[in-house]
Design a protein around this ligand. Structure first.
Ligand code: S3P
Length: 441
């Protein structure tokens, strides 16, 4: 799962992007599809699953805890679940690779089962804070022994029955929310999460779809999400929509390269995920939604994106939760805008697969972009549409979104940009570079 052998890649500008493309299945929904199917009794079928390393880590972990998970020749995944409460003791440590979502959500699942699991991961994942899930899961009764700083490797000794809690999220994090809700699935009584700032709501939508008793109300300090434990999940036929975070790279690519026009088909338009589109539109991007429809409980649309001159904005901080994974590519868009873009209120970027404020700052500076770093964001002086100097070596720091963002930046650079390691792209978007070729680059 880790990437011992770095794969460097050099990219240069090569003209407009044209054509129609699809992006792989949404990563958040793919993880949850496997986890919830593995907890249902009977066979679930999943179409459009993202077959990236992060999601495959979730599949391997659910297999290690008793589920049967197979990919058919038709590309449909079939999962035979063990039932809530039925997870088995894994025989070996669960290797989570690069995946924070797998780690935090599965810690929640293990917490309320009478099993013990050790979680390991690559250097990036092993540097990320797990205290934010250790705290609520410990309150529910799980015993968690972590490496210094609340990091991986760590061991979760689950407890059954666990204690239901009411937990107010101290950080806007769908992973923490989901970890508590998933622990609540096998906990007698009602487990509540209070969410002062709304984050992606795939767990809530999907758990309801699987038949769990889950309610969402507006309270005085945010959304109150209540799940009734000892749930029985019913198997489902799931269709995973395209990942808006993966689509973001092409939205920006087409926006910055003159002459481009593309259509990105089948993109998830869940309103907790569309912050990048809102920010790009504020910058003057030409993005139109076509064929809006609903697929598997999620809004989906095709997006037509044409090149347009971008102007700098102050990125509204309240967009942060709905575009938290999209800041690296938004920074690239800002590098081509007219004026100075300021994006603040995004402190969480410091604890993603890399410190995305520092990593993007260093990479953009190397490519000839003037930036200013804040504790909670970045200011970027745009080129006004002119090519960036390029001729740069940049480090992706085991972070797929940095590698892809800088690959897109290279499409608008005079000199080539060499990314030291693009192997991490396989965690979320294995076909990224093939799609880049197919779009005429
Ligand atoms: C995710 C939640 C977000 C996001 C991550 C996927 C999820 O993380 O950055 O890529 O699927 O719940 P946080 O919960 O840390 O914000």
């Amino acid at each position: 799962m880790s990437h011992p052998k770095p794969r460097p890649l050099t990219l240069s500008a090569r003209g407009p992007l044209r054509g129609t493309l699809t992006v792989p299945g949404d990563k958040s929904i793919s993880h949850r599809s496997l986890m919830f199917s593995a907890l249902a009794v009977g066979e679930s079928r999943i179409e459009g699953l993202l077959e990236g390393e992060d999601v495959l880590a979730t599949a391997a972990a659910m297999r290690a805890m008793g589920a049967t998970i197979e990919r058919g020749d038709d590309g449909v995944w079939r999962v035979h679940g063990v039932g809530v409460g039925g997870l088995l003791q894994p025989e070996a440590a669960l290797d989570m690779g690069n995946s924070g979502t797998s780690t935090r959500l599965l810690m929640g699942l293990v917490a309320s089962h009478p099993i013990t699991a050790t979680f390991t991961g690559d250097a990036s994942l092993s540097s990320r804070p797990m205290g934010r899930v250790i705290e609520p899961l410990s309150k529910m009764g799980a015993e968690i022994t972590a490496s210094p700083g609340g990091r991986l490797p760590l061991m979760v000794r689950g407890i059954n029955p666990a204690v239901p809690i009411e937990y107010t999220l101290p950080v806007a994090s769908a992973q923490v929310k989901s970890a508590v809700l998933l622990a609540g699935l096998n906990t007698p009584g009602i487990t509540r999460v209070i969410e002062p700032v709304p984050t992606r709501d795939h767990s809530e939508r999907m758990l309801r779809g699987f038949g769990a008793e889950l309610t969402v109300e507006e309270g005085p300090s945010g959304k109150i999400i209540s799940i009734t434990g000892e749930a029985e999940l019913k198997p489902q036929h799931l269709i995973v929509p395209g990942d808006p975070s993966s689509a973001g790279f092409w939205m920006v690519a087409a926006s910055i390269v003159p002459g481009s026009e593309i259509v990105i088909r089948n993109v998830c338009m869940n309103p907790t995920r569309t912050g990048l589109i809102a920010a790009l539109k504020l910058m003057g991007a030409d993005i139109t939604k076509e064929g809006a429809r609903e697929v598997g409980g999620e809004d989906v649309a095709d997006l037509r994106v044409r090149h347009a001159p971008l102007r700098a904005i102050e990125v509204p901080p309240d967009l942060a939760p709905s575009m938290i994974d999209e800041y690296p590519i938004l920074f690239v868009a800002a590098a081509f805008a007219q004026g100075r873009t300021v994006a603040r209120g995004a402190h969480e970027l410091r604890v993603k697969e890399s410190d995305r404020i520092a990593t993007m700052r260093t990479a953009l500076e190397a490519a000839g972009v003037a930036t200013e770093e804040y504790e909670d964001g970045l200011a970027i002086q745009g080129s006004g549409g002119a090519l960036l100097p390029g001729n740069a070596q940049v480090a992706s720091r085991l972070d797929h979104r940095i590698a892809m963002s800088m690959a897109i930046a290279a499409l608008g650079a005079q000199g080539p940009i060499t990314i030291d390691d693009v192997a991490p792209v396989a965690t979320s978007y294995p076909d990224f570079f093939q799609t880049l070729e197919a779009l005429g680059q």
